[in-house]
Design a protein around this ligand. Structure first.
Ligand SMILES: [Zn+2]
Length: 371
């Protein structure tokens, strides 16, 4: 059987026995769906959950997405005729975007890359959105994409009206883009002045981090984090009480270092504290994003809300398809961990897999369906 026919059959059976809940304000959302591509069709809309599910049952898309944006006329085209009413604020984290030492093929994942994605997502929430932007945990809906990433959706009324420029400012802040250290640490007369730990925003964050590092770090860690030589780190440590005491008042002149050295340290520390997020997704106010509770046609995993990201297992928690046996012939030799098992594929050696694993492996091109 062709892979696409197998996937179609599994999805048809899934959607005919499950109801996908409507996203909030469904009637104001644009939908897009696809079989060959993520989006083959867009500019669709549904008035309610029944209409959405009738579409899924009749058309069995491999991928279905809905708009972060709200529109008066979501079906209208071109885009200007939709009359944009606002958009959720979205942050996107995808394993594709990060450099790691993974050795697997590009379309696969492992604990290293998925761990990295999870780390960045948690960083954005716990170091920026909650403490600095004032969101509450309940405002932040973390979604698993069904494949290699997570999204954060914020639907609060007060973010909906943010335009692209406002969204750009938010993403610039989180990614520390456009920070100019020479503006924050500079000579005023003979004194070298800089931020105090109590200052708002990046200057305060960096001053706090540098103070903490000098107070309790080692020569090695100071050299690494601030980008200075071991000799300079020793020089700082020799006067550490004075240096930290000076920074507390915005006086960065307690040890004789050049402004350039401090500025470089400021920049490096800021980059280390910033988060790595997809800028384009946050800035795009008409983005289509995976519909939660739909099946990702490239994996057979369900795109779903993640109540506790720290404990979420990407290879286990989103497995929702059945475990009826499917006969397959592997086209690759590879171990695939899914649910509670590791499936050992051996190229050319016919075997049986439970439906959820057969779907995952077939969609990734690792097996052919036999019979
Ligand atoms: Zn990996």
């Amino acid at each position: 059987m062709e892979t696409s026919e197998f996937i179609h059959n599994v999805l048809r059976s899934y959607y005919s026995s499950h109801t996908v809940p409507a996203p909030p304000d469904i009637a104001e959302r644009e939908f897009g769906a696809g079989v060959d591509k993520k989006i083959d069709w867009r500019h669709m809309s549904f008035m309610n959950e029944q209409q959405l599910n009738a579409y899924l049952r009749a058309n069995v898309p491999f991928y279905i997405s809905y708009s972060a944006g709200y529109y008066e006329f979501p079906e209208a085209r071109p885009m200007q005729k939709k009359n944009w009413l606002g958009a959720d604020l979205i942050f996107d984290f995808d394993a594709d975007e990060y450099e790691t030492n993974c050795t697997h093929p590009k379309n696969m994942v492992c604990d290293i890359c998925m761990g990295r994605v999870k780390e960045e997502c948690i960083k954005v929430m716990e170091e920026f959105l909650i403490p600095e932007f004032g969101f509450e945990k309940k405002d932040l809906h973390v979604m698993f994409s069904g494949n290699r990433g997570y999204h954060i959706h914020i639907r609060r009324e007060d973010v909906r009206e943010l335009d692209q420029n406002a969204r750009k400012e938010i993403i610039d802040y989180i990614t520390a883009s456009g920070l100019k250290p020479e503006r924050h640490i500079r000579r005023v007369g003979k004194r070298l002045v800089g931020p105090k730990p109590s200052d708002w925003g990046w200057p305060g964050k960096v001053a706090r981090r540098i103070s903490a590092e000098i107070s309790s770090g080692s020569e090695k860690s100071i050299a690494r984090i601030m980008g200075v030589s071991p000799a300079t780190a020793r020089k700082i440590l020799a006067k550490k009480e004075a240096v930290v005491g000076g920074i507390a008042h915005g006086d960065w002149d307690q040890v004789s270092l050049s402004p350039k050295t401090w500025q470089r340290a400021f920049g490096l520390v800021a980059v280390g504290m910033s988060a790595d997020v997809d800028r384009a997704v946050t800035m795009d106010t008409s983005r289509l994003i995976r519909l939660p509770n739909s099946i990702h046609g490239g994996t057979g995993l369900v795109a779903c809300e993640v109540p506790d990201i720290e404990r979420f297992a990407y290879y286990k928690d989103p497995v929702v398809l059945g475990d009826g046996e499917v006969r397959v012939i592997p086209t690759a030799t590879m171990d695939i961990p899914l649910k509670d098992k590791v499936f050992e594929l051996e190229k050319g050696k016919q075997t049986s897999l439970p439906e959820y694993a057969a779907f995952y492996c077939a969609a990734k091109g690792l097996v052919k369906i036999w019979g």
